[in-house]
Design a protein around this ligand. Structure first.
Ligand SMILES: [Zn+2]
Ligand SMILES: [Zn+2]
Length: 342
């Protein structure tokens, strides 16, 4: 089969002809219909995030049709439309059995540590497959497996309750899902914080109240917008110490700041005024859960989570076009999302 692969770090991805992956007793072979090109993939190509062993087929945002299944598989059948939870997990350990498979010691992310979806087919433990409703296009199902799922998990970690006010720091791919999902789970108001006017305008289309951090301290803007109280939940989706500090400082009493963006830099928080005195919480959120995906896809089926504006372009399983899309992500240019449709 054809696959577009990272052969050497720092080099362009290459198309390779490789054998079909073996299908274990509990695995399914999926014919890829859509694979999202994610900013993380640009990091793997450049070597700024680790990936391997090489050569490796990238792509962790995958939807497709089940082609065949191993003898012990009962949850899916050939012909089923599916999305892939991007972690291949053992299904037997303590964390898998308690629904926190992101901590499975044997877990391995597709497109990072094992072959992913920039290919005609992918083999995956069948337990990691989630049915994709007919109403949701493959392209949208695929990209929901990364940014939407991660946003949804973060909102759940933040325990957003009906009537609460939510600030979303970073109005990019994750942010657009976070805004819609915050309203779905009952937020009264969602504030989108960014310095990019275009992104803020798109956030506004999804019902968010824009907070332009280029026009002054977003914390005081949020205080003003909440009559001095501060927000109940702040999601930090950017991964900068400065925005992490702002997320914590924007909280009102009993507020929760959920950190999703990744950085290797520490950030500062004033323990009394920002945490103890307000009984505020700082919560880490990593990846998402398999059990969260069916509900997420149901929101999309009902049209309440709409990523129609987010998918902007599709390309074939073509190394040149994929490398160009990754270049665009590195320059933060143009497309919000490019999806491969093999
Ligand atoms: Zn991704
Ligand atoms: Zn496990």
């Amino acid at each position: 089969m054809k696959a577009v692969r990272l052969v050497e770090v720092g080099q362009l991805l290459q198309v390779q002809e490789i054998p079909l992956p073996p299908v274990g007793e509990r695995d399914a072979l999926v014919r890829v219909k859509a694979a999202g090109i994610c900013h993380s993939d640009a990091h793997y190509r450049a070597g700024t995030s680790p990936a391997g062993p090489l050569p490796l087929t990238l792509g962790h945002e995958v939807a497709g049709v089940v082609d065949r299944v191993g003898p012990q598989v009962a949850n899916v059948r050939p012909g089923d439309r599916v999305c892939l939870h991007y972690l291949a997990t053992c299904g037997d350990c303590y964390y898998c059995n308690t629904g926190h498979e992101q901590f499975c010691a044997g877990g391995s992310m597709i497109g990072k540590y094992r072959d992913g979806g920039y290919a005609e087919y992918i083999a995956m433990p069948a337990r990691s497959l989630v049915p994709l409703p007919d109403e949701v296009p493959f392209e949208q199902g695929a990209i929901m497996m990364c940014s939407s799922a991660t946003s949804f998990h973060a909102l759940r970690k933040g325990r957003v309750r009906p009537g609460e006010r939510v600030a979303v720091f970073g109005a990019g791919g994750l942010g657009m899902s976070a805004i819609q999902l915050a309203y779905i789970v009952g937020a009264l108001a969602v504030y989108a914080v960014d310095i990019n006017r275009k992104k803020l305008a798109l956030a506004e289309r999804y019902g968010a109240i824009p907070v332009d951090a280029a026009q002054g301290d977003p914390v005081s803007q949020l205080r003003r917008l909440t009559q001095g109280r501060g927000v109940d939940v702040a999601l930090e989706l950017i991964g900068l110490p400065q925005t992490m500090e702002q997320a914590v400082r924007s909280l009102g009493p009993l507020g929760r700041a959920v950190l999703v963006g990744i950085t290797d830099q520490p950030f500062q928080v004033h323990s009394y005024t920002e945490l103890l005195g307000k009984e505020a919480e700082v919560i880490g959120s990593s990846d998402h859960l398999l059990s969260e995906l069916p509900l997420l896809l149901e929101f999309a089926r009902q049209g309440r989570l709409d990523l129609g504006d987010v998918v902007t372009r599709t390309v074939g399983l073509d190394a040149e076009a994929i490398n160009e899309a990754l270049d665009g992500l590195e320059r933060f240019a143009g497309d919000v999302r490019v999806v491969i449709t093999p």
